[in-house]
Design a protein around this ligand. Structure first.
Ligand SMILES: Cc1cc2nc3c(=O)[nH]c(=O)nc-3n(C[C@H](O)[C@H](O)[C@H](O)COP(=O)(O)OP(=O)(O)OC[C@H]3O[C@@H](n4cnc5c(N)ncnc54)[C@H](O)[C@@H]3O)c2cc1C
Length: 391
């Protein structure tokens, strides 16, 4: 039960599937091994804002047709505090925009493309284990429908998320981990109701943070900051909408339409980076190597930029040059740390921190006030929000 491929990709999230599509474009054989079912992967409600770099990579992979037909290009983003709303004109300040298109839709497009081009994906793989990546012939073992299988490969790409097996298989003394855990979570609600505004609103209030986001012109994603001790069962839809409405600026609050939740969940907030991202013939990409708090919408975008760099590095390797794979970790981390900084800064700016104290709260207010009055400060935010170039 042994098969062979060039690149064994662990995980069928956005990073694994996009890597598979980009490698396919480059003529590189690959197999994706995923522990869950395709439906389970598609049922996970997560990110929804794509940077231009991510859109470009999806185009390069040949999976951007529906994205361009159904995605919502956004030229600006709004910050609200003290009941006032302030727009940051992303397009005027940077010449770029972001695209609202759900992670589930990106995943569906990538899955459909993979099926159409006939590249194999193993779903519901049990006991996935990576072997021999410190040598020249790595392999992966797993159990599929009760049958033990072995996949030999030139390389293994660990695209298996924060709790995956790849990073956990690296010897502890070969990896350094940096982490910050935030003292609150985001309670999110997804509903088929129109957005409260045509652009996103990030709000700082004395009751805590809120984000009014959307997946389409008929589907909204709303978030409120909540204590980590809260349980999702404690929040009825009505209780959520009441609290969310209190945190919205008045004009948007007046437009709020309530509807039954399609999904409701609490996500903890964490900043995390593992260094390096290469261990012999094993590479980490996406959430397997780093996590950002969702403020700033960088998680999915970083997953895309990592695999953009990794696919180019592997293509270079198969053309005969090791330069790409030798510098992948360093190049990816340079971009990751900048996105980590922005997500951390934006989280600090917008949330209520239990231990901030009156001085910390005044600093936060002064920074918000400065930001909405200074074009230079807004430009720095806009440049990071639309995404730094892939270098
Ligand atoms: C609740 C939540 C909300 C989020 N909201 C936002 C947001 O609003 N904006 C934003 O930008 N980002 C958000 N993110 C982050 C974003 O969704 C992730 O950054 C993105 O999914 C990363 O993609 P990935 O493919 O690297 O990892 P994942 O999407 O986690 O995919 C990893 C895949 O690997 C599989 N896997 C795990 N272990 C194994 C194994 N042992 N063997 C085989 N397969 C395995 C998993 O089942 C999964 O399918 C959110 C994340 C979460 C968890």
């Amino acid at each position: 039960m042994t098969t062979r491929t060039q690149v064994a990709i662990i995980g069928a999230g956005p990073s694994g599937l996009l890597l598979g599509a980009l490698l396919h474009r480059a003529g590189i054989d690959n197999v994706v091994i995923e522990q869950r079912s395709a439906d389970y992967v598609l049922g996970r409600i997560r990110a929804g804002v794509l940077e231009q770099v991510a859109v470009d990579l999806l185009e390069e992979a040949g999976v951007a047709t529906r994205l361009h037909a159904e995605g919502l290009p956004h030229d600006g983003v709004n910050l609200s505090f003290d009941g006032q709303r302030h727009r940051i004109d992303l397009h005027r300040l940077t010449g770029k925009r972001v695209m609202v298109y759900g992670q589930t839709e990106v995943t569906r497009d990538l899955m459909d493309h993979r099926a159409a081009v006939g590249r194999p994906t193993v779903y519901e793989a049990d006991q996935v284990t990576v072997h021999g990546f410190d040598g020249s012939n790595p392999w992966v073992t797993y159990v599929e429908g009760g049958v033990a299988r072995r996949l030999d490969a030139d390389f293994i790409a660990g695209c298996d998320g924060f709790h995956g097996v790849c990073r956990a298989s690296v010897p502890r003394n070969a990896i350094q981990e940096y982490e910050k855990v935030y003292p609150f979570g985001w309670l999110g609600l997804l509903a088929d109701v129109p957005p409260v505004d045509h652009e996103l609103i990030y709000g700082h209030t004395e009751r805590g943070f809120m984000l009014a986001s959307m997946r389409s012109s008929t589907r909204s994603r709303f978030y409120i900051q909540c204590p980590l001790t809260d349980k999702v069962e404690d929040w009825s839809d009505d209780a959520f909408y009441d609290e969310f409405q209190r945190r919205l600026p008045p004009d948007a609050a007046a437009r709020l339409v309530r509807g039954p939740s399609l999904e409701k969940s609490i996500a903890p907030l964490r900043s995390f980076v593992a260094e390096p991202l290469r261990f012999g013939r094993l590479f980490l990409a996406g959430d397997a190597g780093h996590i950002v708090p969702p403020t700033g919408a960088k998680g999915l975008n970083l997953a895309a930029s990592d695999v953009g760099l990794l696919s180019r590095a592997l293509a270079e390797h198969y053309r005969g040059s090791p330069a790409g794979i030798d510098t992948y970790s360093q190049r990816a981390l340079a971009r990751i740390w900048k996105a980590e900084r922005f997500s951390w800064w934006f989280t600090q700016l917008m949330h209520l921190f239990p231990d901030n104290g009156p001085f910390g709260a005044k600093m936060q207010r002064a920074e918000l006030d400065y930001l909405v009055r200074s074009e230079a400060a807004q430009k720095a935010v806009a440049e990071n929000y639309v995404g730094l170039p892939l270098e």
